[in-house]
Design a protein around this ligand. Structure first.
Ligand SMILES: Cc1cc2nc3c(=O)[nH]c(=O)nc-3n(C[C@H](O)[C@H](O)[C@H](O)COP(=O)(O)OP(=O)(O)OC[C@H]3O[C@@H](n4cnc5c(N)ncnc54)[C@H](O)[C@@H]3O)c2cc1C
Length: 432
């Protein structure tokens, strides 16, 4: 099956290779990838009565992840709560488990802990994976209930699909985490620390007796697990965790801005379309939103390229500019950011105001865009002919070499013993 394509010169309703009036109206829609973006698109289209087929290379939705917790941010739109937006699109947030948070421990690079707090919902923690309460399974249920057919364990060329929702391809950054049993109550900590998480951050999430400690590396390292061991040692020292390790997880993020979002009649959504947060990797909201935008475009309700450029690209660019600035500062810069956040909260009476400002594509910040584009991103032609500007995985710095602490060594050996006894690891040193 080849996706039928009209030549723009043959049909005036076709723009940039895509029929904006929905000439495919009777054709089945084929989607590559049953992740959040693909399933959001599938649900919207199937609810509108279209025949939808989703082709997924893995055996289930969420299998790319392995029970790790992720946060859905609620700060990139000050007008609406993201779950209300989802409801407006016919997506039901009650289909999966989520926990609202209005407060976090913000851990400064010098180990000071402060508390950004808001009146509403700052973010929600969801679980990624194949268990029935995971967000991926909730989206799968919504898509199948709407009438979409999902073909698991199948390979299909992207050129045979209308929507490409196949997630990241390359690594610009990686995250490593450990999942464990704990007695600690529900909690989220976010730590800015250039030693434990080079160029990035680490976090602790605890939901209903299960904890995740994760460190993100925005500079490529050898033996990456030593960063996780040291990060775990840090959290153990500062929180009463009574940690009993279960498994180690992780994944990569691909930060690439394409020059267009519709290419040869195909809609690129989620991370496959470069719709990801360059600063801290909060990509789920962009994935779901872009999936819905693509579905609307196929139904002739909107123009995907225009909608993405208006609603999402400014946010992605602002995050890339923030990332550029973060790449230039170490712990001293992180400390300034943390202090500024708390000063802002004292002045405005709400910790989320700073996050909204940080992610806002204001004109002053966007003025830096040409410098960021030239200084941080590298042009690359992808196999499918798209041109992207990619953020390469940066090299390590001399300050990334340090001697592990004795407790981190013990944690590493403890994990080795668990691994040899059958402890699962879905992302390891070799995957970075
Ligand atoms: C460790 C980690 C932590 C993260 N934490 C957060 C967080 O806290 N908050 C947040 O918002 N975001 C977070 N993200 C990012 C977020 O997970 C992604 O941005 C989001 O899942 C992207 O959705 P997607 O639909 O584009 O891709 P995915 O959800 O990954 O779905 C892509 C699907 O396509 C399938 N696929 C791939 N290739 C093919 C192929 N050739 N054919 C068929 N199917 C294919 C994959 O198996 C997968 O199921 C994190 C990412 C990682 C790795």
């Amino acid at each position: 099956m080849r996706v039928s394509r009209l030549n723009a010169t043959q049909d005036p309703t076709v723009q940039a290779g895509v029929n904006v009036r929905g000439s495919m109206s009777e054709e089945p829609v084929h989607i590559l990838g049953a992740g959040l973006s693909g399933l959001a698109a599938a649900t919207y289209l199937a609810k509108a009565g279209r025949e939808v087929h989703v082709h997924e290379i893995r055996n289930d939705s969420g299998a790319r992840f392995d029970g790790d917790f992720q946060g859905i941010e609620n700060w990139t739109s000050s007008e609406s709560d993201f779950f209300d937006e989802m409801r407006d699109w016919g997506l039901d947030p009650e289909e999966f488990k989520s926990n609202d948070f209005d407060i976090i421990d913000l851990i400064h690079p010098d180990d000071e802990i402060t508390n950004p707090i808001t009146d509403g919902v700052a973010f929600r923690v969801v679980e990624r994976g194949t268990d029935s309460h995971c967000i991926d399974q909730g989206f799968k249920r919504m898509a199948t209930a709407a009438g979409a057919t999902i073909h698991y364990g199948t390979r299909r060329p992207p050129e045979d699909c209308h929507i490409v929702a196949a997630g990241p391809k390359e690594s610009s950054a990686v995250a490593f985490g450990e999942i464990f049993h704990t007695d600690h109550p529900n909690h989220v900590s976010f730590q800015l620390n250039d030693k434990l998480a080079p160029g990035a951050y680490s976090y602790l999430i605890i939901i209903d007796g299960i904890g995740l400690i994760c460190t993100c590396l925005w500079r490529k390292q050898k033996r990456t697990s030593r960063y996780l061991n040291e990060t775990i040692a840090w959290y153990e020292q500062h929180y009463e965790l009574n940690r009993r390790p279960i498994k180690r997880v992780g994944g990569k993020g691909d930060f690439s801005l394409p020059d267009r979002y519709v290419h040869e009649g195909r809609y690129y959504v989620g991370e496959a379309g470069g719709l990801q947060d360059f600063m801290w990797g909060f990509g789920m909201r962009y994935a779901i939103t872009s999936g819905v935008f693509a579905a609307k475009a196929i139904l002739g309700e909107s123009d995907y390229e225009a909608e993405v450029r208006k609603r999402l690209v400014p946010l992605v660019r602002a995050s890339a500019i923030n990332r550029f600035l973060m790449n230039r500062v170490g712990d001293r810069g992180f400390k300034l950011v943390a202090n500024h956040w708390m000063r802002n909260q004292r002045r405005k009476g709400d910790g989320l105001v700073f996050m909204r400002w940080l992610y806002a594509p204001g004109p002053l910040r966007l003025m830096l865009w040409p410098i960021v584009r030239a200084g941080m991103l590298r042009r690359k032609q992808l196999k499918d002919g798209r041109m992207v500007r990619r953020m390469p995985f940066r090299s390590s710095l001399s300050r990334d070499s340090w001697e592990p602490s004795p407790r981190a060594e013990e944690i590493g050996s403890q994990w080795e013993a668990i691994r040899k006894g059958g402890g699962s690891i879905s992302f390891g040193d070799g995957d970075a």
